[in-house]
Design a protein around this ligand. Structure first.
Ligand code: NDP
Length: 286
């Protein structure tokens, strides 16, 4: 048995960041400074960390990024006013609404609030429709985690064409858009979820497995073949009992039987942050 190859985000980002820096520089030389507005309501600790990471990375490539931290008690009218102000401001190229929103705003469906060309999350139905139809170009707004997984796979020479891919989790931000993206890339995709039966048998048949369910260390040895041939993208970000971050996969338990796996942290997570800046540059180019 061999130890799995670890698919870290850092070398991928190190290589790609120069491209983004150059693109940002070139936009600036034309008088366009890519500008991202991140709307954060309240102070959910996870959200504060994510928004800060997105800002830090956007600034690293030379873009401008402001976090608009609205009070926990912000009402619907005020919240929508802020979003629309940015929607109508030509100097703003990208807008992110950090989720989850606090209770006071939980009745709002945010998916279509940001105009499609500034929708760096890729959630707007117009952007989703393009993904659905496979009408993707260089500057398409593709949801950040699926996009990050594809960027990472490319770097590590992982080709999806003709592969059996099992994605576990069908959320609108990870599983579902990833299933479309990989299907466009000629993978044979199975999208599994909480009602899927015999999940262990299914994951065992896959060439590539993506776990995105939010359940700490659920995927143990029994879910995978024992022949060092399967590749795993672990999207989950969870706290384990010892308080440490962990994925949906029981990393220590399976690392000797799969071919490659993304660690948590330092795997898929940073790729998501990277994709935000990539989408921002695409938005500014438009
Ligand atoms: P959601 O809670 O929106 O969706 C979870 C999905 O997993 C659902 O489709 C659900 O099925 C399915 N599911 C839940 N339990 C099981 C189970 N036991 N067996 C099979 N399927 C199951 O989650 P998100 O997509 O938002 O996030 C998933 C995880 O990824 C979380 O840990 C989150 O923190 C992390 N995440 C990481 C990111 C990164 O950059 N690395 C980015 C975004 C999220 P059903 O539809 O039937 O309910």
């Amino acid at each position: 048995q061999k130890e799995a190859k670890l698919l870290y985000a850092q070398p991928v980002i190190e290589k790609q960041v120069e491209v983004l820096k150059d693109e940002c520089k070139s936009l600036k030389s034309k008088g366009i400074t890519p500008c991202l507005k991140v709307i954060l309501v309240g102070n959910n600790p996870g959200s504060v960390i994510y928004t800060n990471s997105k800002k830090k990375f956007a600034e690293k490539i030379g873009a401008s990024c402001e976090i608009i931290n609205l009070d926990e008690s912000t009402g619907e009218e005020e919240f929508l006013k802020v979003v629309n102000e940015f929607n109508n401001d030509d100097l703003v190229h990208g807008i992110l609404i950090q989720l989850p929103l606090p209770k006071s705003l939980s009745q709002i469906d945010t998916t279509d609030l940001v105009v499609p060309h500034k929708d760096v999350d890729g959630f707007h139905y117009e952007n989703v429709a393009k993904l659905y139809r496979g009408q993707l170009g260089e500057t398409s707004m593709i949801p950040c985690t699926p996009k990050g997984i594809v960027t990472m796979a490319k770097y590590y020479g992982i080709d999806f064409a003709g592969k059996n891919v099992v994605i576990v989790g069908r959320s609108l931000i990870v599983g579902k858009p990833l299933s479309l993206l990989l299907s466009n890339l000629n993978a044979t995709v199975t999208l599994a979820h909480s009602k899927t039966q015999n999940l262990k048998d299914l994951t065992k048949t896959a060439d590539i497995i993506v776990t995105a369910i939010g359940s700490p260390k659920l995927f143990t040895k029994e879910y995978f073949r024992d022949d060092n041939s399967q590749i795993i993208f672990d999207v989950g970000i969870n706290r384990s009992e010892d308080g440490k971050l962990c994925g949906d996969c029981d990393f220590a338990n399976i690392k000797d039987q799969v071919a490659a796996i993304t660690p948590v942290p330092k795997g898929v997570g940073p790729m998501t942050i990277f994709s935000v800046s990539q989408n921002l540059i695409s938005a500014a180019k438009k």
